[in-house]
Design a protein around this ligand. Structure first.
Ligand SMILES: Cc1cc2nc3c(=O)[nH]c(=O)nc-3n(C[C@H](O)[C@H](O)[C@H](O)COP(=O)(O)O)c2cc1C
Length: 204
């Protein structure tokens, strides 16, 4: 897949790709993902999103352990009693990702530097200045033929993430994006029809 894919093709075909090969992703592509993320807007153009690209096996294992700690109890009830075949299928990929997280070539952690100590729900205050960059990263990965998915479960305990990645206490870790070459096929996303989710001028 070349990076000349149209923007609309990328947007409409950017599924969460959780099943990834162990094959290494060239460093220049990882830098390209972050460079694209860095072009996104931020509040007051603060540009305080920070990115940690985790490739070291021991460091990946720490994040994989954190993910398992929070993902297992979160998905267990739905795994036992899925609402639909589609949900069951999605959960199987979440389990696959949980079991293989430490083998995925790169785990990218998107952070925001508050420049002062942050705690509790305060860590989400400026999340809106990081998520546009995360979406840029996901679309760029798609255009480059790389699989990626936004995840948050591993980051539920910010103190543990800070300790694992040696982040300053001013950093909040907002999203972890495992990146690699996809095992599965790319395809279109399935979403509610636009008529259902929009109105002009007022809602009723
Ligand atoms: C804020 C946010 C948090 C998410 N957290 C997780 C997560 O912890 N683990 C995971 O496997 N997927 C996570 N996802 C991915 C969603 O499950 C996925 O985007 C959604 O199911 C749509 O999937 P699709 O694009 O393949 O249709 C998250 C997505 C968002 C936007």
């Amino acid at each position: 897949m070349s990076d000349e894919m149209s923007l609309f093709d990328a947007i409409y075909n950017c599924r969460a790709m959780r099943r990834l090969e162990t094959r290494e992703v060239p460093e220049e592509l990882l830098i390209r993902l972050i460079d694209a993320a860095n072009q996104a807007p931020s509040g007051s153009n603060s540009q305080r999103a920070r990115w940690v690209v985790v490739r070291d096996p021991a460091q990946k294992q720490k994040l994989a352990d954190l993910n398992r700690r929070f993902a297992e109890p979160y998905i267990k009830p739905s795994l036992e009693n899925p609402e639909s075949e589609a949900q069951a299928k999605m959960l199987r990929t979440v389990v696959w990702q949980m079991d293989h997280m430490h083998e995925i070539p790169a785990l990218i952690v998107a952070c925001f530097d508050y420049q002062e100590k942050v705690e509790g729900l305060g860590v989400y205050r400026s999340a809106g200045s990081v998520w546009p960059g995360i979406q840029n990263l996901l679309l760029t990965a798609r255009a480059l033929g790389l699989g990626a998915a936004p995840t948050t479960l591993a980051l539920r305990d910010q103190d543990l993430v800070r300790e694992a990645l040696e982040l300053p206490e001013t950093f909040a870790a907002l999203c972890m994006i495992p990146v690699g070459y996809p095992k599965g096929k790319f395809g279109p996303v399935t979403r509610r029809p636009v008529e259902e989710i929009m109105r002009f001028d007022r809602w009723s």
